[in-house]
Design a protein around this ligand. Structure first.
Ligand code: ASP
Ligand code: MG
Length: 454
């Protein structure tokens, strides 16, 4: 069970999370927690302020972190001994952060290694609080320092796990705790490099930690029924609920679909982070701590069924059109066009071709003027900015009858700039002007999800 930042964001949320874990003891859960919501941001702000010698800001950040944890500890209603022990731990972490900040300030330099040492504080503290809240409910719990099991390489800020070492550590350090009847609570995001120094897995890394933990337990021979990502939304939704009022959770999606959805704008979780679990056939469930009764979304390597599962949209997209009558049947034209993007280090996104032109979308922040200059040597170039890529994601879309007809029928009078279908069985993608994007999503959602009960 991975508890995200908002799920441990204050004493009441920690209480709710502990009660959730306590209700699942028969399943032998392991618990991975994020830092309290906002704490990692504050730690990063503290690091930058220290580097730039802004002592006042360092003090304010430090005070904020101490106050957040102090308040939560007091409100948890722990026994006197547990409260004192936790408050002392907060004071120790604060002192450690203060001396790190002083060092950074003196040097005027912030290495990724030191930044990791500072950032680690968030998860070290939140895991102690959650373990204490479990203990208060009479649940035997032990906080395990992530540096004791999350073995990584030395790439600070974006460390890569050593999965063989993780399996060994799960067997030696984690499974014995459960065998002794204790619930392990550990911090996500943080690890230890080959030299023992704290590393971090990158922002949002606690999901990755949870998937790696599940994978390591499985590799160590344990039976891992699922990874649960407990967050503040109902799972992966059929569309963005801020745009489409009728959006609802998708019960089951395949890994490839989840990847397409994430790429095309759904921000619930980054699929790469759950790959270690999915690769071992361990399902990943996204669930809402604010509505624990809701089923959430389950992601599996392959989800059964076919047809449309969800819609996603990404804005901030521009399209380049490269055309030339000379292109007619000219071999090598496409290669020359794409080599321009390669040279400029720009990722191409949606591609469509005709006999005489190639259309390519890119992130609007790409160096478009430079691309245009290079492409003009190959043909006539035009650019459309302010576009949105809309993606219809599902399974076996090409073989599902009438998907394209229903999609383009539903769009009605909205102007479609370009279409890409068939490259993958999991998406049908088209591009519209950004101003039409929300309406396109709403029309599609009505047609594909609200018309029939299916
Ligand atoms: N606390 C870390 C972050 O904010 C990791 C996480 O929450 O997953 O990026
Ligand atoms: Mg988080």
């Amino acid at each position: 069970m991975k508890l995200g930042g908002t799920s441990v964001g204050g004493a009441d949320r920690i209480e709710a999370a502990a009660s959730l874990v306590a209700s699942r003891l028969d399943e032998g859960p392991f618990v991975v927690v994020s830092a309290m919501a906002g704490v990692t941001d504050t730690l990063l702000a503290l690091s930058r302020a220290a580097r730039e010698g802004r002592a006042e800001e360092v003090r304010a950040a430090l005070q904020e972190i101490v106050a957040r944890h102090r308040e939560a500890i007091d409100a948890l209603g722990l026994g006197a001994g547990a409260t004192a022990a936790l408050q002392e731990e907060v004071a120790r972490e604060a002192a450690r952060l203060e001396s790190l900040a002083t060092g950074v300030g003196l040097l005027g330099e912030l290495s990724a290694r030191t930044s990791d040492a500072i950032c680690a504080a968030g998860e070290l503290l939140s895991s102690a609080l959650v373990a204490a809240a479990l203990e208060r409910r009479g649940v035997a719990a032990v906080r395990v320092d992530p540096r004791d099991w999350m073995a990584t390489d030395g790439t600070h800020g974006a460390a890569l796990p050593d999965e063989a070492a993780l399996a060994r550590n799960a067997a030696a350090r984690l499974l014995p705790e459960r065998a002794a009847g204790r619930v392990v609570v550990t911090g996500g995001f943080v690890g230890a490099g080959p030299d023992g120094a704290a590393t971090t897995l990158g922002r949002g890394g606690s999901d990755f930690s949870a998937a790696l933990l599940g994978a390591a337990l499985r590799d160590a021979g344990a039976d891992v029924s699922a990874i649960e990502i407990w967050t503040d939304v109902d799972g992966i939704l059929t569309s963005d609920p801020r745009i489409v009022a009728g959006a609802r959770p998708v019960p089951l999606v395949g890994y490839a679909e989840a990847a397409e959805l994430a790429f095309f704008g759904a921000k619930v979780l980054h699929p790469a982070t759950i790959r270690p679990a999915v690769a071992r056939g361990i399902p990943v469930r996204v669930r809402n701590t604010f509505r624990p009764g809701a089923a959430g979304t389950t992601i599996r390597a392959e989800a059964p069924g076919e047809g449309v599962r969800a819609l996603a949209m990404r804005t901030g997209v521009a399209a380049l059109f490269v055309g030339s009558p000379r292109m007619l049947l000219a071999h090598g034209f496409a290669a020359r066009v794409f080599s321009v993007f390669e040279r400029r280090g720009v990722a191409v996104d949606v591609i469509a071709t005709s006999e005489v032109s190639i259309s390519i979308t890119v992130d609007a922040r790409a160096p478009i003027a430079l691309l245009v200059r290079d492409l003009e040597e190959l043909g006539e170039v035009s650019v459309l900015a302010d576009l949105a890529v809309v993606s219809v994601v599902g399974r076996r879309l090409r073989s599902t009858p009438r998907v394209a007809a229903r999609v383009f029928g539903a769009l009605g009078d909205l102007n479609v700039v370009l279409i890409s279908q068939g490259a993958s069985e999991t998406n049908l993608t088209f591009v519209v002007e950004a101003k039409d994007g929300p309406e396109a999503l709403r029309r599609l959602h009505r047609e594909l999800f609200e018309k029939e009960a299916a």
